[in-house]
Structures are given as structure tokens and as C-alpha cells.
Design a protein around this ligand. Structure first.
Ligand code: SF4
Ligand code: SF4
Length: 183
């Protein structure tokens, strides 16, 4: 779907990195994403992981589908130690994207309603209203806020958590807004 190179070679990866540079994970979050998410790996991630001294080959699952090889780490992540990533500099692309996530469409990303996702969303709501003059629908705001509030409860019950859908084009414009310092 994304071609032969790694997902971190896509322009959207750089866009997300710049957006994330304006945020940080609250210290109150006990690395939830590392405990609940499947971490999908591409070939480039695997290559980098194999160079980590803590590489745990037995925790990398692989399968073939439609003639393509797929790899993932199931939660909880074996590289999480005392709620910290023990391979931080070599962590996979998907980890570097959190709370954003790839979707099955190349021009769409998803935002996870965790604490950091909620901070990003709050700024995006203001940006849409004040800069784009295109306020987000009240029901979108309400749905995301509800997802954020019920996030822990749903995860504990093993229920899926709805994520917010973003067009990559809109995120690129949001990145410029954050860069401008107008926030
Ligand atoms: S990305 Fe979200 S879930 Fe993951 S550590 Fe940060 S705040 Fe927590
Ligand atoms: S590799 Fe690191 S950042 Fe990624 S899920 Fe595991 S502990 Fe978390």
C-alpha cells in the first residue's frame, strides 16, 4: 500500500514529527499506548530493531498475507521497562507516530483519544474555529471528548476506542499553524 520503503520515509511522517514536537506526554500517563496497542512493523523497523541489544526475536510475530510479509509486536510491549521504552532511539515508526496512527488509506491518519491526543485535538478545535473560520461540528467535538473520558474504562474492558480521522492535507496546514507560533 505504501510502497517498498519504510513508513518513516513518507512525507506525512515528518509532518507528524513536527506536530508532536509541540507536545509531550503527561507524566500521569503510564505509557498506555505501549500496553494496549499492536505495534505493526515494516522491514525498516525490523532492521533497526535487530540492532538493539535488547532485541527479542521471540516477540516478533510474522505472517504472510496476499503474498506480503507482515510483522508485529503484540501488547504489552516487551521493550517497556518500568513504564519507559528501553529501546527509545530504535523504537518503531508506529511508536514515533503516537498518538497518531496510520489508517488503511494513504491520505488519512487517525488520532488516538489519549491525554496527549486530547491536547492536540483541543488546539485543532481552536485552530479550525479561529484560523480556518471553519469550526468543527459540535458532535465531532463531543464524540472525541467522550472517547477521551471513557478511554481508560474502555481499555480496561478490552473495548475498542474510536479514533479521530484527519486528512493528511489538513494536518500539514495545522503543522504550519503550530510553526507560526500563533497558538
Ligand atoms: S501517546 Fe498517549 S497513551 Fe502514549 S504515552 Fe503519550 S499520552 Fe500516553
Ligand atoms: S517499542 Fe518502546 S515506544 Fe514502542 S511500544 Fe514498545 S516500549 Fe512503547
Amino acid at each position: 500500500m505504501y510502497g517498498e520503503r519504510g513508513l518513516s520515509d513518507l512525507p506525512v511522517f515528518e509532518t507528524v514529527q513536527e506536530i508532536l514536537s509541540h507536545y509531550s506526554c503527561p507524566s500521569t500517563c503510564p505509557a498506555t499506548c505501549c500496553k494496549i496497542a499492536d505495534i505493526n512493523l515494516d522491514e525498516k523497523d525490523l532492521e533497526i530493531l535487530r540492532q538493539a541489544s535488547k532485541y527479542k526475536a521471540d516477540r516478533i510475530e510474522s505472517w504472510n498475507e496476499d503474498g506480503e510479509d507482515h510483522y508485529k509486536i503484540s501488547p504489552p510491549c516487551p521493550f517497556l521497562e518500568s513504564d519507559k521504552c528501553s529501546i527509545y532511539d530504535r523504537r518503531p515508526t508506529m511508536c514515533r507516530m503516537f498518538p497518531f496512527n496510520f489508517s488503511n488509506m494513504p491520505d488519512v491518519l487517525l488520532l488516538f483519544p489519549c491525554d496527549m491526543g486530547a491536547n492536540i485535538f483541543e488546539d485543532y478545535v481552536e485552530y479550525s474555529k479561529n484560523i480556518l473560520n471553519r469550526p468543527l461540528p459540535a458532535k465531532t467535538i463531543e464524540a472525541f471528548e467522550q472517547s477521551h473520558c471513557s478511554f481508560g474504562i474502555k481499555l480496561n474492558k478490552g473495548l475498542s476506542v474510536p479514533m479521530l480521522v484527519f486528512k493528511v492535507y489538513d494536518l500539514m496546514a495545522f503543522k504550519e499553524y503550530l510553526r507560526s507560533g500563533l497558538k
